[in-house]
Design a protein around this ligand. Sequence first.
Ligand SMILES: C[S@@+](CC[C@H](N)C(=O)[O-])C[C@H]1O[C@@H](n2cnc3c(N)ncnc32)[C@H](O)[C@@H]1O
Length: 247
Amino acid sequence: MTILTGDCRDLMPAHGPFDLILADPPYGDTSLAWDRQVDGWLPLARASLKPSGSLWVFGSLRSFMTTGGAFSDAGLTYAQEIVWEKQNGSSFHADRFRRVHELAVQFRRADVPWSAVYNEVQTTPDATARTVRRKKRPPHTGRIDAGHYVSEDGGPRLMRSVIFLRNAHGRAIHPTEKPVFLLEILIRTSCPPGGLVGDWFAGSGAAGEACRLTGRRYLGCEIDAAMAERARARIASVLPFTEGTPT
Ligand SMILES: C[S@@+](CC[C@H](N)C(=O)[O-])C[C@H]1O[C@@H](n2cnc3c(N)ncnc32)[C@H](O)[C@@H]1O
């Protein structure tokens, strides 16, 4: 449960294999000092994944279109994505829509079928009661009576792929800090309880806080020594997961 100071390409491969790698890399889109594109980390991340593991990468459609080929070149294949909707966003260019969303895209090893990848389906407790005729039992939820799917008021419903969460503006210690609860969702989905999460571009250490709250082991890496120090202090201040808390 710590953050290494240095370049993730040099430091992280030796600490795998990881159940889940989280990556929020710089794309070189801004003039911020830390925002310089990092080459060559994808093959190293791919080689550091367990067969059942996966990689969630934050970015924009523009960044994925620019770097898209690098994922397949590294032996990774697309699994699924979510959209994080924020309450506000940067008006990057005055002649474009105000961006209030980011993507997080999950990739898995191309040599492993999806069925072998750890995936804990997430639900929200907000179903409204209904009965639906189905030919086949859905794998994720509901009581079943001879081809019927019956849900109850307030019962589980598949979590939506567009997730609205306020960003950390005002209390963030990093300019692109992700909300802890968003990271918790990705971690619960893609890392078994007690599994190891590698956070290759750790920034504020928000993912470390999320791991502490969900009972996963965490190793982050941050090249900026001062930020790494703040992130370590932040994680140390979080009360750890205790037995009995839902994982
Ligand atoms: C987009 S930010 C990550 C923010 C983070 N997700 C959070 O919630 O705070 C990217 C971070 O990667 C760091 N970084 C850049 N190159 C790196 C490298 N080669 N190895 C490790 N960290 C690096 C930057 O200093 C920056 O803090």
